[in-house]
Every structure is written in C-alpha cells, then in structure tokens.
Design a protein around this ligand. Sequence first.
Ligand SMILES: [Zn+2]
Length: 211
Amino acid sequence: MLATVDALLPLSLLEAVRDVDTPEGLLDAEFVDELRNKRFGLSDTVYTQIQRYTEAVRRNHRTGQDETIALARLIGRRPDAEAVLRAAGRFLAREAYMTVSPVTRGVLKVMPSMISRPLAFRKTRRIAQRYLNGTVRRVGQFVLLEVPRSVTLGVAPGSTGCAFYESSLREVLRLLVGVTGAVEHTRCEGRQEGSCEWRADWRGADRSHAG
Ligand SMILES: [Zn+2]
C-alpha cells in the first residue's frame, strides 16, 4: 500500500516557501514580476500546487508520501532550508490547531492545568497522528513525539530536516498548552536510531497562573 500523508503537510511546506519568498513591503507589480523568475515560491508552479493541496485539505484527501518527500528535498537544497522548514512546521501547527473546536480551545485557555492538560494532551496526540504520522506519549513532565517515517529526514545536511517536526511540536504545544519550553531532538533516524523522536518539557504549563 502506498504511504500517504495528510495534504496539509505538503501544503505547509509550500506555504512556507511562498511566504519566505514574498518580498516585504509594497512593491510595484513590475518588480514582483521580475522577482517571480528568480524566486521559486512566487512561481506559477508553486501557486498551482498550493491551490491543489488547499483543495485536497478541504476535501480531507491524503497525498502520496513520496510526493511530499520530493518537495521537502527541493526545500532542503536551499541555503535557508532550516528557516523554511521551521516556518512550515509552525504553519502546519496553526492550521491543525484551527481544526480543534472553538469551545475546546476556549476551555483550554481558561481551565486550570489539572483539567486542561489531559485535554491538551489528547488534542496534541490526535494532531500528531493525523498531520505528522507520529505518535505522542507522556513520560513524567515530558511530551514525546515519535515519527517513524519522517518526510524531511536527510533532505538537508545533518538533522536540519528534522527542524520541521521540532517546530510543529513546539507550536502545537504553545497554542494548546501555552508553553514554549525546550524541545529536544532526543533520537534521530539520521543517526540510525530507529526513528526520530522529540521531547518537549511542558512544566509550568498552567495558563491560569501565567499573568
Ligand atoms: Zn531526526
């Protein structure tokens, strides 16, 4: 069976490329046209693909994992690969967070951690499962994300590609729990350690005490 990923994953990669390649400030159309030739993120190809993946997300369709890996490789060749992958991780996290019902998001914001933490954990686990093909578990004060088949593994030197998942996890926890604690890449398939794993510290995550 062909391995698939949620269409939000490739969409997040392309949205990040487009965002990074978009010139800031107001520019006249002529200049943007000129840039379009040089900047991949502003190309018609990226635009068309973004439309395609946006439609797929809307219809809850999944995408081939190979196709997504090819996209990640393309990004991995850029000198700013890490920044783009981190931006993509944040994009995915924010979109995934928006799939959590407004009522639940409200509950997470106002309830003390005794109530909100288990709920936030379940949401984190669901988001990781659906959008990152990953599993999440708790060990003491830590939340562990394991991704057996990373789409960004080895796309850039060292463990640069892994920054995508690290950034996703950090942003999901920031949105759901309100923490921006340390996220450590504790195990990496790039070092033949079986799979990639990240460990986030979510101590002090009680929003009700956060000013
Ligand atoms: Zn890794």
